[in-house]
Structures are given as C-alpha cells and as structure tokens.
Design a protein around this ligand. Structure first.
Ligand SMILES: Nc1ncnc2c1ncn2[C@@H]1O[C@H](COP(=O)(O)OP(=O)(O)OP(=O)(O)O)[C@@H](O)[C@H]1O
Length: 349
C-alpha cells in the first residue's frame, strides 16, 4: 500500500477486476503471453488491470514492467524526458537528439533489453492512439522486432485511432464503465480497509456522481472521509460541492492565463452570487487552490500573493467584490510572459 492516495494504496489484483470477460482475457494472457489493446472510457481501470497483470506475470515487476505514457511524452520538454529516471540510461550521451528520435530510442531500448525475470517483460503504452501515424508506424516496427521478449499492452480510450497494423497485432480487451453497484462494491472494500465510517447512501451518492469513473469515485470518497470525518449522503454532498468549486476556481485562473477574462469574470460572479462566497472568502480560496497542485511556480504564486494583499485592502473598502477579484486575475495574468496588452480593456468592457 503505497502513497497517500486511496487510488494508489488499493490498486486491485487481477482477481479483483469485476468485469468477468476482461478478467478472463487477462488471465488467458498470463498463460499465453500476447500483445493486448485494453480499451474503454476514462478511469475504468485499464491501467490498473494492466499493472495487475504484470505483477502476476513477472517475478520482478519493478524492472519487467515499463510504462510509457505516450501522450505525456510528447507534451514534455526534452530536458524533462532526458532527466526522467526511467529513461535516463537510454538517453545518456544523446543530448542532441531531436525529440521524436529520443522517443523512438526510449521505445526501442525499452523493448530491447533482456527481461530481468522470466522469458519476457511488459511494455505498457498509455494513449498510444494520440500520436501521429509516423510514430505509430515506428512503434509497429518495434513491436515486430521484439515480440519474442516483449509483451506490448496499449491502453486507449479510442482504439479506432490506432493504425490497423498495430490493432491486428494485439488482442482487444474491452473494459466498460462500472455500474453504480460495482462502484459501490469497490468503494465499500476500500473504505473497510481504510477503516473509514460510512453508510450505504453516502457510497451510493459518490458512486452515482462519479458517472462510471472509478478513479473519481475513489478520490471523492477519500476527500469526503477526510473533510467530513465520515461518508454519508450529506458529507459527500458537501465535499463534492467543494470539489466542484475548486474546479471552478482552477478554471477561472486558467481562463485568466489564457486572456479569457470574461470567462474568468463569470465564474467569479457565479461563486459570489450563486454559491454565497464573500469576496474575502473567495480570495482565500483562490490562493489556496493556486498553491495546491503543481500548475503554478514560485514566481507566479509570489505575484499572486502580492496582488492578493492589495485586493484584500480594496475588498475591505470597496463596493464591488466582483470587480476587485476580476482585476486581481487580470493584473496577475497581464504580468505573465505569455500575455500582452489588451487585457485591461476586456475587463473594463
Ligand atoms: N477493481 C478495482 N478495485 C479497486 N480499485 C480499482 C479497480 N479498478 C480500478 N481501480 C482503481 O481505479 C483507478 C482508476 O483506474 P485506471 O487509472 O486504471 O483507469 P484507466 O481506465 O486507465 O483511466 P485512463 O483512461 O484515465 O488512463 C485506479 O486508481 C485503480 O487503482
């Protein structure tokens, strides 16, 4: 049981995968190793099931399971890729490679090294469909070349975006969104292991609100247990409301960053008018949400704090909380490198 998140602490074993057909496919792949495409909507357990498979298949899953989030790979800078401890050794002395060559190299090296335990290892490619066809063609060649010692598992939300030669080399495993009852079962098992206090209505509320996304259900159950002390309908309702507000505040910050100030302003208005925040409360929440997570760096936060100090004085004296808070976001965004003039006009418009 690793990590503070319930999703990390309670990763399922293969036997806990409740979707019979999918579980049986994985079990067959244990007996007779094969490439797989695991497909289904977000948060239903595609990656979790694949990790469970690899834990059972390999005596040394630390080394014989390599996960590459393909989409993420393309979004990161060359430096981030080069210094990723999982890939460092594959790229050492190769600092001049272009990004796509780095990616192809990591892919090839991951597929090529000899398994540490047993006959083969597993390379998991998350979201491989999200990349261009030429990369998929390179992937196909690697799959052909190393199929004897490497099992490839592609997890994807959109299997039709995979090129046919990849699809034809993999057995499909379909995972569907869990029903509310199945989600309640998972939540109950985890809440019991965590010795959390809960009632059935609370779990049912969370399971329904998650809309078939287990990750969301489990994380909101944890947030409810932490915030509300127990999981009941009313603590779950309150916590989900707060999670929704955090999301709205994050969106307002992101909208300001993108120069979409009318969107930022209307979110601020909703929170003030509909959700009953005072200007001071909302200012505090803005700072808290900006500090949480890793979106904003030290300089961004420093400037936000400085501007928040000024805004706090304005709020104490002012008549219009909406205006002061929108100004805060506008001033903050205007300072960022990515944005140039034109912002103040749109606030005042
Ligand atoms: N049967 C299960 N029992 C307990 N927890 C589960 C079960 N299935 C999945 N989970 C948990 O649900 C979370 C979401 O699963 P996972 O990340 O595997 O989804 P995914 O389908 O790969 O999502 P995405 O498409 O976003 O990558 C994981 O943290 C996992 O531990």
């Amino acid at each position: 049981m690793d990590g503070p998140l319930w999703t990390e602490r309670h990763a399922p074993d293969l036997s806990e995968i409740r979707q019979t057909e999918a579980r049986e496919r994985f079990e067959r792949a244990l007996e007779e190793p094969m490439n797989l495409v695991v497909q289904g909507p977000p948060g239903v357990g595609k990656t979790a099931a694949t990790r469970a498979l690899a834990r059972e298949a390999h005596a040394d899953p630390e080394n014989d399971l390599i996960e590459i989030n393909v989409a993420d790979f393309f979004d990161r800078s060359k430096k981030e890729i080069r210094t990723d401890p999982r890939f460092e050794s594959f790229l050492s002395g190769r600092s001049r490679l272009a990004k796509r060559d780095m990616i192809n190299r990591v892919l090839k090296e991951s597929a090529a090294y000899a398994p540490m335990s047993g006959e083969y290892k597993t390379v998991v490619l998350d979201n491989a469909e999200s990349v261009r066809e030429d990369f998929q063609q390179a992937l196909r060649r690697v799959m052909e070349q190393y199929h004897r010692t490497t099992q490839f598992v592609i997890t994807t939300r959109q299997p039709t975006k995979l090129i046919p030669p990849i699809r034809s080399r993999c057995f499909p495993v379909q995972m569907r969104a869990p029903t509310v009852e199945e989600t309640i079962d998972v939540l109950e098992t985890i809440a019991d292991r965590e010795e959390a206090t809960y009632d059935h209505d609370g779990l049912e509320f969370l399971a329904s609100a998650a809309g078939g996304d287990l990750r969301r259900a489990i994380l909101s159950a944890q947030a409810t247990a932490v915030e509300g002390g127990e999981i009941t309908m009313s603590t779950a309702y309150e916590t989900l409301g707060e999670i929704g507000h955090d999301e709205a505040i994050r969106e307002a910050l992101a909208a300001a960053e993108d120069g979409e100030l009318s969107d930022a302003r209307s979110t601020i208005e909703d929170l003030l008018d509909e959700e009953g925040y005072s200007g001071e409360d909302l200012l505090r929440e803005l700072l808290r949400v900006a500090r949480a997570g890793s979106t904003y760096g030290g300089d961004d936060l420093k400037r936000l704090h400085k501007l928040a100090g000024e805004t706090s004085l304005d709020l104490a004296e002012g008549l219009d909380d909406r205006l002061h808070l929108t100004h805060l976001l506008a001033a903050w965004a205007a300072d960022r490198d990515t944005l140039e003039g034109g912002i103040r006009e749109s606030v005042e418009a």
